[in-house]
Design a protein around this ligand. Structure first.
Ligand code: BGC
Length: 368
């Protein structure tokens, strides 16, 4: 069970998920639970989409895709972003306003996982279905569905890429690394971190991987607000405190591309060789950096697919059908296990970039 509280048994959840995938093939229609919408609603109803601040390119893309896709599907769309500074209050007000306007489905990319219980309760009382998008909403029984890329798998892929990249440069350890994790208010941050540690921990325990600074907890490694400047500052001070006198930094676990580029900027600024740095999101600048041999890896989580599947969920609810889900155990939000639809993330390095982005008109030309 990949509970947001129980980090220790997260790996079991991943195994269970894998087993489920193997045993049932692509059984996406399977069992389901929770969620309203059994009665359906009028075709041209309002669907609200409350997104967090634009902390990475995926969120920017999602806004336009939702606006256009929902209209194309016959819905009215109200797509809002939380502001850059007062994100929590902004998002709370936006969700309440969607409820007042009579939205039948409210899709939420939470800016702070634990601060939306009142608003989603309002939504439920008004008869709307609540879908947590990309980020889980915690500590409330009022989330009906969760749709995301498999976040634990994202972390595992990042951990493995870090090892592979370091091995390619220096076949045998010990390798010196540093760890970065995402914003503490985003539930995904722990899931990514736990996934990565699931792969890195055995090598750390053996002494093959050494965390130079000794900072190995999610608290010590967190980057508030997913902000590039916070990551750059932390990397600057790690370089000063730990990597002097010939001590080499071999790798950095970065949870996403924005932070990866900030980490690389700090290393370059200090005049040091660029270590193996992981990422996530397939941002344009990071794909360029990978092709130029700087950033080592990213993750492809095709936002077009995630938005399309979310709109499919809204369409099912409109018809009074139960939406497709493929996971009923991994995401415990502290109050319930939220029925989920998880998509598979793909690791991308310079080696497979052309293949990975072949169907992406924006990224494919960068890999030529
Ligand atoms: C998303 C990542 C993104 C991060 C910062 C996470 O919740 O899953 O794709 O990089 O937020 O915006």
């Amino acid at each position: 069970m990949r509970s947001f509280i129980t980090r220790g048994i997260a790996a079991v959840g991943a195994v269970a998920l894998l087993t489920l995938g193997t045993a049932c093939g692509n059984d996406r229609e399977g069992s389901t639970s929770g969620g309203d919408g059994a009665k359906g609603f009028a075709k041209n109803s309002l669907v609200g989409v409350a997104l967090p601040a634009k902390t990475s390119e995926n969120w920017v893309l999602a806004g336009d895709l939702f606006t256009n896709g929902l209209k194309k599907a016959g819905f009215k769309a109200d797509v809002q972003y939380a502001g850059a500074s007062t994100t929590v209050a902004d998002q709370q007000a936006q969700i309440s306003s969607m409820v007042t306007k009579g939205a039948k489905v409210i899709v939420i990319g939470a800016t702070d996982a634990s601060q939306l219980a009142t608003q989603v309760a309002q939504a439920k009382d008004a008869g709307a279905t609540v879908i947590a998008y990309d980020r889980l909403i915690t500590n409330t029984p009022d989330v009906d569905y969760y749709i995301a890329f498999d976040n634990f798998k994202v972390g595992q892929l990042q951990g493995q890429a870090l090892i592979d990249g370091m091995k390619a440069k220096k076949p045998k350890g010990p390798w010196n690394i540093e760890l970065f994790s995402g914003s503490p208010d985003d539930n995904n941050s722990k899931v990514f971190f736990n996934g990565a540690m699931d792969v890195l921990k055995p090598l750390i325990d053996k002494g093959d991987i050494v965390i130079g600074s000794g900072q190995d907890s999610i608290k010590q490694t967190a980057v508030q607000g997913w902000k590039a400047e916070n990551a750059q500052q932390r990397m600057d001070s790690l370089l000063t405190s730990t990597y002097h006198g010939g001590k080499k930094l071999d790798g950095v676990l970065s949870p996403n591309d924005t932070l990866a580029r900030a980490i690389i900027t700090a290393v370059k600024g200090a005049g040091k060789p660029i270590p193996v740095v992981t990422g996530q999101d397939s941002e344009v600048e990071s794909v360029k950096s990978i092709m130029a041999g700087e950033q080592y890896s990213t993750i492809n989580k095709d936002t077009r697919k995630l938005v399309a599947e979310t709109i499919e969920m809204a369409k099912s609810l409109q018809k009074g059908d139960k939406p497709k889900i493929n996971d009923t155990k991994s995401y415990n939000n502290g109050k319930k296990v939220v029925p989920s639809y998880l998509l598979p993330p793909v690791i991308v390095t310079k080696k497979n970039a052309a293949e990975a982005y072949a169907n992406d008109p924006k990224l494919a030309p960068l890999t030529k």
